[in-house]
Structures are given as structure tokens and as C-alpha cells.
Design a protein around this ligand. Structure first.
Ligand SMILES: C[S@@+](CC[C@H](N)C(=O)[O-])C[C@H]1O[C@@H](n2cnc3c(N)ncnc32)[C@H](O)[C@@H]1O
Length: 178
């Protein structure tokens, strides 16, 4: 959660008593930790809807590839840890917190399966809308019109206090053209 607050330059005070929509959440533990702190968060990702076991298996495989790549290039990416081993331990522990929370709160609607540019929340506004590490990150998969529609949809879900999308740098390290 502290990492997420840092990405978006938010404090707990910015989120207290606010409703938060977090899109492209994947195995992040932000939702679990923020809800435990009394913040009302709804998390959206196309992966949601699978069983907790299937998600845990997906994350295990995905992190295996990701950390192998990071070790091969000695690049610890966005993780602010002393070593790649420490980043991996931290990330896997966060994913376990996510899976436990998903298992007990999916049925209550805390986690919702959907992908941008479609968002199924037209009947509900949120005070804060977040989207970390999806937009501008994968230029081979997402073109200008995807970004235009995705940002339009994210901003439509916003009641006027705060929103944040990160990052504006593509995976290979070039500035995004979108
Ligand atoms: C790199 S992860 C980011 C996880 C988290 N937001 C974080 O910053 O730690 C990207 C996530 O985006 C999700 N995703 C992929 N396509 C998407 C789409 N069209 N709309 C919303 N999420 C998408 C993936 O399933 C994956 O969980």
C-alpha cells in the first residue's frame, strides 16, 4: 500500500472517507490493505472472476517470468528494494494478501472482472480513480484510440476530487508516444 501511495503521491488522509476505483489492479494488495484501513475500494481487472487458486497459479507463473527477466537484465524496475530477491519476496507476500482477500471478498463485489476501455460502473461515481502500470506501458498492445477511450472512461467515473494514472514511460524505457 505504501508503494501505491507513493506512485500517486497520495496520503491516507486523501483516501479516508472516499470511494476509490482502482483499475488494472492484478495481484496488488492495495485493495485488501486499504479496505482494512476503512477505505471503500472497488478493484477491477480482466483476470477477476477466476478462482482464487487459478489466480494464485497465474501470479506464481507471471512473477517467475518477471523476476527471471529482471535478474537477467539486473534491472529492479520500479521496485524500490535493495535487491531483486527482496523485491520478489515483497511482491509474492503482497500477492498472497491479495489472494486471501479476493477469496473472501470477491462475492461481495470488492473485485470486479472487466477491462478497459469498458468499465461497468456507469451508475456509480468514485471520488478517486486510480490506474497504475497499464496505460502507456504496452504500446505494442494499446494504441492511441485505446488510450483515448480508456482515459475517457476513467474520467467518467470521477466525481471531481482526484485521479491518477501511472506511468507515462513505456516498458522499454522510451517516453510514451500516446
Ligand atoms: C503490471 S499489472 C499492474 C498491477 C497493479 N496496478 C500495480 O501497479 O502493481 C497490469 C494489470 O493490468 C491488467 N490489464 C490488462 N489489460 C487490461 C485492460 N484492458 N483493462 C484493465 N486492466 C488490464 C492485467 O491483468 C494486470 O493485472
Amino acid at each position: 500500500m505504501s508503494e501505491y501511495l507513493q506512485f500517486f503521491n497520495l496520503s491516507m488522509g486523501d483516501l479516508r472517507d472516499r470511494s476509490v476505483l482502482d483499475v488494472a489492479v492484478g495481484p496488488s494488495s492495495f485493495t485488501a490493505e486499504a479496505c482494512r484501513a476503512g477505505i471503500d475500494v472497488v478493484a477491477v481487472d480482466p483476470l477477476y472472476g477466476k478462482s482464487a487458486e487459478a489466480l494464485a497459479a497465474h501470479v506464481k507463473l507471471d512473477y517467475g517470468h518477471m523476476f527471471d527477466r529482471m535478474r537477467a537484465t539486473e534491472n529492479s524496475g520500479r521496485f524500490r528494494f535493495k535487491s531483486i530477491d527482496e523485491a520478489e519476496r515483497n511482491r509474492r507476500a503482497a500477492a498472497r494478501r491479495f489472494v486471501t482477500d479476493y477469496e473472501s471478498h470477491y462475492a461481495q463485489g470488492r473485485y470486479f472482472g472487466a477491462g478497459l476501455p469498458q468499465l461497468p460502473f456507469l451508475d456509480r461515481n468514485f471520488d478517486v480513480v486510480l490506474c497504475a502500470h497499464l496505460l502507456y506501458l504496452y504500446p505494442a498492445n494499446h494504441d492511441y484510440s485505446f488510450h483515448f477511450e480508456a482515459c475517457r472512461k476513467l474520467i467518467c467515473g470521477w466525481r471531481g476530487k482526484k485521479y491518477g494514472f501511472t506511468p507515462c514511460v513505456v516498458l522499454m524505457g522510451d517516453r510514451s508516444r500516446n
